[in-house]
Design a protein around this ligand. Structure first.
Ligand code: Q9C
Ligand code: ZN
Length: 343
C-alpha cells in the first residue's frame, strides 16, 4: 500500500465556522491530517510519497470553470473589497427562488456555497489543489497497477459539487480521481462513501451517469447534515437512474448494524462490476465523534476494511471527515490495516 500526503494542507486553516447560530472554533483542523499521517507512519503500512502535479485539466473535468476561477481568487477579491481578512464567509445565500448570478466579491461566496462551514482563507485554494493532486496521484498509482493507495486529502471533498462548496469541502477529491480513472479507460468506477455525512457533492457530480456508481452509507439527512439531500429515494436521473444508492441510517448505529448495511452496499458494487473502487473514507462514524451520532467502536474499522478489500478491486482510499482527533489517526490506520491484510 502507498500513502500520498503533502504539507500543503496546512495552508488551509479556518478561523471559525457557524453551528446553530454560534461562531465556534472549526472542527476541521490541520491537526487532523498530521495525526493521521503520524498513525500511518507508526503502523508501517508502506511508503509515504508526495503528490505529483496534475495541472488544471482534471479539475475542469469535474468542476465548472467559473467556480474554479472563483475559488482561486475569492480571498484576494474579498479582502480588496473590504471583507474580513480572517476569512471569506457569506452573509446572503442564493436559494430556491432567488438564485440569480450576482458575483460582487463580497457576495459571490453566497452564490457558490451552500452553508457557513467552509471559510476561505489566503491558502485555501493552494491546499485544496494539493489535496486534489493527492487523490489524482492515488488514481495514477492504481492505473500503474498498485492494488491499494491512501490519499491523505485535506481539505476533504465529498460535499463539494460541480459548482458549489460547503461542509469543509472545496474541490471534490474523490470525484476528480474517479473521473480521471474513467477517462483513462476504465469502463466503470464505483465510489463508496462511508463518511458519516452524505456525500452530496459526489452524488450531484455523477447523478446522470451510468459509468460511475455512487453508494453512500450515512446519517439520515432528515436528522443530520446536509439535510436537503441524501435520501433513499434519490436513485439517479436519465441514464444514471439506478446508479445512485443512498443508505441513510438511524442514530446510535453500532458495529453489527453498520457491517450488515455495508454488506448491502458491497453487494450493489459487486453487481455493478467496476474496474476500480474509490472509497470516500470518513471516520466521523466513530462513537466518540463530536458531530456524529453513530456508535462505532474502534474495532469496527479493521472489520470494515477487510470487507471492502474482499471485493478484490484496486482501491483508492480518499480521506474525508472525522473529528474525534485523538482517535482519528488510529481509526484511519485500522481501516487501512484491515484493507492491506485482505488485499
Ligand atoms: N449540525 C465532512 O465531514 N456542519 N463534512 C454540520 C450539523 C458541517 C461535514 C452541522 C458538517 C460538514 C467532510
Ligand atoms: Zn462527515
Amino acid at each position: 500500500m502507498i500513502t500520498i500526503a503533502s504539507p500543503e494542507h496546512a495552508q488551509h486553516r479556518a478561523p471559525h465556522e457557524f453551528l446553530d447560530g454560534r461562531l465556534i472554533p472549526p472542527y476541521e483542523s490541520p491537526e487532523r491530517a498530521e495525526i493521521i499521517l503520524a498513525a500511518v507512519e507508526r503502523a508501517g503500512l508502506g511508503p509515504i510519497v508526495r503528490p505529483r502535479a496534475f495541472g488544471d485539466a482534471p479539475l475542469h473535468a469535474v468542476h465548472a470553470p467559473d467556480f474554479l476561477g472563483y475559488l482561486e481568487h475569492a480571498y484576494g477579491r474579498w479582502v480588496a473589497a473590504g471583507g474580513d481578512p480572517a476569512a471569506v464567509l457569506p452573509s446572503t445565500l442564493a436559494v430556491r427562488w432567488m438564485d440569480r448570478r450576482c458575483l460582487h466579491p463580497l457576495v459571490a461566496p453566497g452564490y457558490y456555497s451552500f452553508d457557513l462551514s467552509a471559510p476561505i482563507v489566503a491558502g485555501t485554494y493552494r491546499a485544496a489543489r494539493a489535496s486534489a493532486d493527492i487523490a489524482l496521484t492515488g488514481a495514477a498509482l492504481l492505473l500503474e497497477g498498485e492494488p491499494l493507495a491512501f490519499a491523505l486529502c485535506r481539505p476533504p471533498g465529498h460535499n463539494a459539487g460541480s459548482d458549489m462548496y460547503g461542509g469543509y469541502c472545496y474541490l471534490n477529491n474523490a470525484a476528480i480521481a474517479a473521473e480521471q480513472l474513467v477517462r483513462s479507460g476504465a469502463a466503470r468506477v464505483a465510489i463508496l462513501d462511508i463518511d458519516f455525512h452524505h456525500g452530496n457533492g459526489t452524488q450531484q457530480i455523477f447523478y446522470g451517469r451510468d459509468d460511475v456508481l455512487f453508494v453512500s452509507i450515512h446519517a439520515d439527512p432528515a436528522r443530520e447534515y446536509p439535510y436537503f439531500g441524501g435520501y433513499a429515494d434519490e436513485r439517479g436521473t436519465g441514464a444514471g437512474t439506478g446508479f445512485n444508492l443512498n443508505l441513510p441510517l438511524e442514530a446510535g448505529v453500532d458495529d453489527a448494524r453498520y457491517l450488515a448495511v455495508l454488506d448491502q452496499a458491497l453487494a450493489a458494487i459487486q453487481a455493478f462490476g467496476p474496474r476500480f473502487l474509490v472509497l470516500s473514507a470518513g471516520f466521523d462514524t466513530f462513537g466518540g465523534d463530536p458531530i456524529g451520532d453513530f456508535a462505532l467502536a474502534a474495532a469496527a474499522y479493521p472489520a470494515i476494511g477487510r470487507r471492502i478489500a474482499a471485493l478484490g478491486l484496486p482501491t483508492l482510499v480518499v480521506q474525508e471527515g472525522g473529528y474525534a482527533v485523538a482517535a482519528l489517526g488510529e481509526n484511519a490506520a485500522s481501516l487501512l490495516r484491515g484493507m492491506a491484510a485482505e488485499a
